[in-house]
Design a protein around this ligand. Structure first.
Ligand SMILES: [Ca+2]
Length: 499
């Protein structure tokens, strides 16, 4: 379907089985970090980014499950079945069991693998849960969101400690004893503990997926600069608390001299929410990009990301090469020395490319990123539908107002949150063709109606609607996706439709 460029000369020494600390933020706005000029305090993130490489064109999927499953598998969401959006709490599907996760791949190459925080890749059978999918241990939530203190979603409690015990038995403990404690801090505490106890001779994969700053916007217990108040203030405090967690992780990496052989990757799984629900309701800011979470405009899919590591050749710069969330799997697979053919589980085709040369030495790699594909009839075989076993996982299925969706039905197959649309970035061009979610722009220094954030949100409407048509943007001259040049550049449109 798409020919991926693999023409990069190998110029960068490749780390061999480095420690990987992969930190994921949830719905963090493109502008909501200090290094992009935000007034939200993120000193630890800023320090790491400034000593590392800021990935300016790091593309993800527009919502949580699609991004996370693409990260875990190295495969586009149109292949995994996750193009249709998030796994809702009571839906009977998940990342298919024939998919190989990053944790599984690293574990079979000798890595210790620990998952912390939000999973959201499927949990309706035990086999879909993280410790059955390559993680040695997991501490966190299976679903996509939770109250930061109560650790519940609807009526289900969802904070779990999961591992195989010394007898090889699968153990899952619901940590109700931690109810009332702030989940960002609990996740940081666990990461710190793992790093303190980790034997230096074993390569480590630590996946730290905060729920911050995703809804429900519960601010941390103490917020000096951002006392609980407006939604924007809460959001800012939540981001800052996550930043403190990042700082604690870095500190212990240094204390234990693990840092010299560690690669830290930070990314948000998608952009900040830009919905206009019941009046101005802004929290995060994707300025200057258009749109936000759920949309395939840049604000939804070009997310904050950076890499920090002493193993990088060139540091302290903004890397503008094209990267995609699927690339990490391919990159780490190479570093881990994984030989897929030596394992009994077949490796499904990977869409990601090894981007180490691009990240470490600023060499070009990809020319295109496929964000969505229109002809769903060709990908129906990616849909998995199995019998519900949610009750075995401790969830109350009688949640009022939640409908069990059956994705084997044609109508629901087209229920894609981002629209029924072909979206491709190729070189400097970005094409939309089909029916898509239209969103507009975040204003500069979005203050969310909060006078402590001195700016104005007037003059720019935040609309959300579906539209049908063809849009072509030249992102080099028009990064805000303001001017549709599809008519003027019909030749480019045709080339991109044929790719
Ligand atoms: Ca998200």
């Amino acid at each position: 379907m798409i020919a991926i460029s693999r023409n990069v000369a190998r110029k960068t020494p490749r780390p061999r089985r480095p420690n990987i600390v992969f930190i994921v933020a949830d719905d963090l706005g493109f502008q909501d970090v200090g290094f992009r000029g935000s007034n939200i305090l993120t000193p630890n993130i800023d320090r790491l980014a400034s000593k590392g490489v800021i990935l300016e064109n790091h593309y993800v999927m527009p919502t949580c499950s699609p991004s996370r499953t693409s990260l875990m598998t190295g495969r586009y969401a149109i292949r995994t079945g996750f193009w249709k959006g998030n796994i809702k709490p009571t839906e009977e599907w998940g990342l298919r069991l024939n998919e190989t996760t990053m944790a599984e791949m690293l574990k079979r190459n000798g890595y210790a693998t620990h998952g912390i925080g939000k999973w959201h890749c499927g949990m309706y059978t035990w086999d879909h849960t993280p410790v059955k999918r390559g993680f040695d241990t997991f501490f966190g939530l299976y679903l996509g969101a939770q109250d930061y203190y109560k650790h519940n979603r609807a009526r289900g409690y969802d904070l779990r400690d999961v591992y195989y015990n010394n007898q090889g038995q699968f153990v899952e403990t619901m940590r109700e004893d931690l109810r009332g404690q702030y989940n960002t801090d609990l996740f940081t505490d666990r990461a710190v503990r793992i790093l303190r106890e980790h034997p230096q001779s074993t390569p480590l994969f630590l996946y730290l997926a905060y729920t911050a700053p995703h809804w429900p916007y519960n601010p941390p217990p103490s917020t000096k600069r951002f006392p609980p108040g407006s939604t924007r203030q809460k959001y800012a405090a939540i981001v800052s608390r996550m930043d403190q967690g990042v700082g604690r992780v870095v500190e212990v990496l240094k204390q234990r001299s693990l840092m010299e052989n560690t690669i830290i990757v930070f990314m948000s799984d998608n952009g900040a929410v830009m919905r206009f629900v019941g009046g101005p309701n802004f929290r995060g800011s994707n300025y200057p990009l258009r749109g936000g979470k759920q949309s395939l405009f840049e604000g939804g899919v070009r997310a904050v990301s950076f890499v920090s590591s002493p193993l990088l050749q060139k540091t302290g710069y903004v890397n503008k090469n094209l990267h995609h969330v699927t690339d990490w799997y391919a990159t780490f697979q190479k570093m881990a020395g994984d030989q897929p053919t030596q394992h009994s589980k077949p490796q499904l085709p990977i869409d990601g490319v090894d981007i180490w040369d691009s990240v470490s030495s600023n060499l070009p790699c990809r020319e295109e990123v496929l964000m969505n594909f229109r002809d769903h009839s060709k990908i129906q075989d990616s849909i998995q539908h199995e019998t519900s076993q949610l009750d075995r996982l401790g969830f109350n299925l009688n949640i009022t107002g939640v409908i069990m969706l059956d994705y084997s039905q044609e109508d629901n197959i087209h229920d894609n949150e981002s629209g029924d649309v072909f979206v491709l970035r190729w070189k400097n061009w970005k094409l939309f063709h089909g029916t898509f979610l239209v969103q507009s722009w975040t204003s500069a220094n979005n203050n969310g109606g909060d006078s402590n954030f001195r700016s104005s949100t007037s003059g720019e409407l935040h609309r959300t609607a579906l539209a049908t048509g063809t849009l072509l943007f030249d992102l080099e001259t028009d990064p805000r996706e303001e001017v549709n040049v599809a008519d003027k550049k019909s030749g480019i449109v045709n080339v991109m439709l044929d790719i």
